[in-house]
Design a protein around this ligand. Structure first.
Ligand code: TMP
Length: 254
């Protein structure tokens, strides 16, 4: 089979040329990394689950009128997306203290924040994705002030949607990271959600047990990562539980 041209390979995903101009294929790998690649493992089944969870979330966001790059899932590991010009920022939204914020400010993990907080990191592996302020972003021209306004309102809308979605299935949305890009349509340009939304880039805690159901299971060597991701998918109604689900892997409902 003729393999498509590879456009970009990241730590957890590969982008291939799409079937039509202005489209790409986003392929979800099983690789898990942490500490900017210092820790790396291949976790069988993670890519399939993230593809499916991200499809679910992006489809709902599109339906709500929150613009995304997502067109449709094409198979177990791939989705068709619109090609966008990625803005070199990681946008982190936090509802509860955890991770680097808890460490930086000496907060007890699990403390609810006075309000949702948005942080930015400059996407640069060599520099370890340093945290930056709105001043850096506009001064260095990574985004204009108007784009930054759009990015922040997009991030708040995504947070409101995700927090409600997960609360409905007994999961607390602690924080998450998104990426955005510029989508050019004729003379128009708009900021759209890109990348993925999955337990790889969210902190998800079970409301009852306080168990972690996200990539912290890998970062903190807790084990059971795929089982947790599968549980998230099952609660969202994406996968149905089968007697031998662990042996046979995820079974698609749709
Ligand atoms: P942090 O507490 O380590 O700064 O992470 C905040 C959120 O962002 C958490 O949900 C994990 C996510 N995240 C990524 O998706 N990619 C990254 O490279 C980092 C550092 C965090």
């Amino acid at each position: 089979m003729n393999r498509r041209r590879k456009i970009y390979e990241g730590k957890a995903k590969i982008l291939f040329e799409g079937p039509e101009p202005g489209t790409l294929i986003q392929y979800f790998k099983d690789d898990a990394t942490a500490g900017n690649g210092a820790k790396h493992e291949v976790i069988d089944g993670k890519g399939v689950l993230n593809n499916r969870i991200s499809e679910f979330v992006f489809t709902k966001l599109n339906e709500l009128g929150i613009p995304t790059h997502f067109i449709r899932r094409v198979n177990m590991r791939e989705q068709l997306i619109k090609e966008v010009e990625i803005i070199p920022l990681e946008i982190i939204v936090r509802n509860v203290a955890a991770g680097s914020l808890a460490k930086r400010l000496g907060l007890e993990p699990g403390t609810r924040l006075p309000r949702s907080i948005i942080e930015f990191s400059y996407k640069d592996d060599a520099l370890g994705d340093p945290m930056v302020s709105e001043e850096h972003i506009t001064a260095f021209g990574w985004a204009t002030p108007a784009e930054l306004d759009d990015i922040m309102s997009l991030a708040v809308r995504v947070n409101d949607f995700l927090a409600g979605l997960f609360m409905g299935v007994g999961i607390q949305l602690v924080d998450f990271k998104i990426e955005v890009g510029r989508l050019f349509e004729g003379d128009l340009m708009r900021i759209v959600l890109a990348d993925e939304i999955s337990p790889d880039n969210c902190r998800l805690w079970d409301i009852k047990t306080r168990n972690k159901m996200d990539k912290d299971r890998f970062r903190e060597d807790l084990g059971g990562l795929v089982e947790s991701y599968r549980e998230v998918a099952q609660r969202l109604g994406i996968l149905v539980e089968t007697d031998n689900a662990l042996a046979t892997g995820p079974r698609l409902v749709q």
